[in-house]
Design a protein around this ligand. Structure first.
Ligand SMILES: *[C@@H]1O[C@H](CO)[C@@H](O)[C@H](O)[C@H]1NC(C)=O
Ligand SMILES: *[C@@H]1O[C@H](CO)[C@@H](O)[C@H](O)[C@H]1NC(C)=O
Ligand SMILES: *[C@@H]1O[C@H](CO)[C@@H](O)[C@H](O)[C@H]1NC(C)=O
Ligand SMILES: *[C@@H]1O[C@H](CO)[C@@H](O)[C@H](O)[C@H]1NC(C)=O
Ligand SMILES: *[C@@H]1O[C@H](CO)[C@@H](O)[C@H](O)[C@H]1NC(C)=O
Length: 564
């Protein structure tokens, strides 16, 4: 019912309105966990983000292919932000038309970015509603955080329609955190019954992934980052305490070098602490940045804000890990396509973006009585990021081999076509397991398949509010672990005068699993219906849509990725 409504309403209106809808398939329903506070006063100021149509999208994609393919003569020939800007910058016409449109509504308070493809403008709610016919701004609250969003789809004037990809700040609300606490308590009960428990700590990870005490960063100019959008703050005191307890066996840093955004005085979040504590444990002694909600305002889309920031900073860490995701079907295609281009912009600069694959396995979407399908997650499903799934130890009392963590997100995109770099790997999987695949109506094998690799995601120890807490789980744990390991490899590359790894997937898939511990056991969760009975895809030899190619064996992966 919900989907039907969101599908038809915009369609109905677009034939009536003067302008057109940029995001006709955007879900505009406010999720149930948000409470309506009231209509926004017409005089209140809002800040909206305008995504201007870029230039040369095909060229950008081709450049990314060449600089990321180890067999290309252009491998590693990354571009600067200036060069990226030269390629993608919107045409003079586009810039002029959009400027004139905004000015004709009295909107002059705008900031642009280096690449000129985003404008962030301040205006009153009244002006915004006239500028974007259809929009109606309301205030919503969840867990004490308020956001301003439009309850109805917006349109733009015909003259600017072809010059914009979308307008940010009207619809997308931050998804609920990855429910770490829920996973936490469920598993806790299970584990307590078994009596004993071996938690994952930095030394366990370093042992499993074959990192010696001397495998730490030494290059002057290396750095890594975590990005957080969940209204949480990492706590410097927790990080120091964590390193004091768990960092005795390897040289490490105990402080974040740079916080981009506002590090509030609020309570430290478990998710925020997890990311920082673990990227700094595998990527030990490497300068670490934290991107956090920058001076948040109520019409902000925090994830979009981070993307805008990347287009405006010429000096960025080489590796970014992001534990953030939303259902593909809740986002407009125009938005996802544009964000995907933003990932390409980062990739051509030599930046590696790692996203958590999600904690709901294949996911589940209900669209009728007994009619379900799997539910892919974005940005995990983007072909231009490296997506990280989760595993657990086969024997929880020992550092043994890994099996699927049943929460590990994975599957096939319904939006992005399968990229060439993975076609044969995925084809191999589909043939190997053909007899046991879930029914074909649940997913579309012509889409981008994920994750690309994995790491342990179960039973972590985290220090939170000065106290070590066990049983923390989720792919938001495995992602920074892999991020830190890639940073160590970048470190060795930089020392040799080689370029950073950048967008890893084309090279990763050419290794065909070499240098990774293949995960071949276990299935992840999915719809609880008669057809699939809670089971999505299953791990298998070689690549699979549950754990990708497997988990890193550092010395071998270093050797494989240290060649030119
Ligand atoms: C981008 O950076 C420039 C210069 O540092 C600054 O003037 C501008 O306001 C920034 N843009 C945004 C959207 O913050
Ligand atoms: C890495 O770890 C595995 C499993 O723990 C072990 O069998 C192997 O010998 C280690 N060393 C290398 C260089 O792979
Ligand atoms: C830690 O990194 C710095 C460079 O940032 C380097 O000078 C130092 O030697 C490294 N420490 C160790 C133990 O490798
Ligand atoms: C670090 O790299 C940036 C470019 O990414 C460069 O501008 C800067 O000078 C470098 N710093 C050092 C200390 O080499
Ligand atoms: C699968 O996706 C492709 C486009 O990626 C589309 O053309 C095709 O119709 C889809 N198939 C099904 C069964 O949904």
């Amino acid at each position: 019912m919900d989907t039907l409504l969101t599908f038809w309403i915009p369609l109905l209106f677009s034939s009536l309105a003067l302008g057109g809808y940029l995001e006709h398939d955007q879900d505009v329903l406010i999720p149930h966990d948000w409470t309506h506070v009231g209509r926004v006063d017409p005089t209140e100021e809002l800040e909206l983000t305008f995504a201007l149509k870029q230039h040369n999208g095909d060229m950008l994609e081709e450049i990314l292919r060449r600089v990321s393919d180890p067999d290309s003569a252009f491998y590693g020939k990354h571009l600067t932000l200036e060069e990226v800007s030269f390629i993608v910058r919107p045409t003079e016409l586009t810039q002029k038309v959009v400027d004139r449109w905004l000015q004709s509504h009295g909107i002059t308070n705008c900031l642009t970015v280096h690449t000129r493809d985003f404008l962030q403008c301040t205006m009153t709610a009244k002006v915004a509603e006239t500028l974007l016919p259809g929009s109606k701004f309301h205030r919503y609250i969840r867990d004490g955080h308020t956001f301003v969003r439009s309850s109805a789809p917006y349109s733009v004037h015909d003259d600017v329609h072809q010059h914009l990809d979308f307008v940010g700040g009207l619809h997308r609300l931050p998804p609920k955190g990855q429910d770490l606490f829920k996973t936490l308590s469920n598993r806790k009960q299970k584990q307590v019954k078994r009596g004993v428990h071996l938690g994952v700590t930095p030394s366990i990870l370093r042992a499993r992934y074959n990192l010696t005490a001397t495998d730490v960063g030494t290059a002057q100019n290396n750095s890594q980052a975590v990005a957080q959008f969940l209204e949480q703050y990492y706590s410097p005191a927790d990080l120091a305490e964590f390193m004091g307890i768990y960092g005795r066996s390897f040289k490490h840093l105990s402080q974040v070098d740079r916080v981009v955004g506002t590090q509030g005085a609020g309570k430290a979040g478990i998710e925020a602490s997890l990311d920082v504590e673990y990227i700094m444990s595998t990527g030990a002694n490497i300068s670490t940045w934290v991107f956090t909600n920058p001076g948040r305002h109520e019409s902000q889309e925090p994830f979009l804000q981070w993307m805008v920031l990347l287009s405006n900073m010429s000096d960025l860490p080489w590796v970014h890990t992001i534990s953030y995701g939303d259902d593909e079907d809740s986002l407009s295609t125009a938005y996802m396509m544009r964000i995907n281009t933003e990932f390409m912009k980062a990739g051509v600069r030599g930046i590696s973006l790692l996203f958590a694959s999600g904690d709901s396995g294949a996911g589940c979407k209900h669209f009728g009585k007994d009619q379900n399908s799997f539910r892919p997650s974005f940005p995990a499903s983007s072909p231009y990021v490296t997506t990280v799934g989760g595993t657990s130890f086969k024997n929880p009392f020992k550092v043994t081999f890994e099996v699927t963590d049943y929460i590990s997100g994975g599957g096939f995109s319904n939006v992005f076509k399968m990229p060439d770099y993975q076609a044969s790997a995925v084809d191999g999987y589909l043939k190997t397991v053909a007899a046991t695949l879930p029914p074909k109506t649940y997913y579309n094998t012509s889409g981008r398949a994920y994750p690309d690799m994995a790491a342990l995601s179960d039973n972590y120890w985290v220090v939170i509010n000065r106290v070590p807490v066990p049983w923390v789980s989720g792919t938001s744990a495995s992602t920074p672990v892999v991020g830190g390991i890639l940073s160590l490899i970048n470190d060795q590359r930089l020392l040799k005068g080689l370029p950073a790894l950048g967008f890893l997937n084309p090279r990763l898939y050419k290794l065909k699993g070499q240098a990774l511990f293949d995960v071949t056991e276990g299935c992840h969760l999915a719809c609880l219906d008669e057809q699939v009975q809670g089971k999505g895809f299953c791990a298998a030899p070689s690549w699979d849509p549950v754990t990708g190619w497997g988990t890193p064996n550092y010395p071998e992966l270093l050797a494989a990725l240290l060649a030119e």
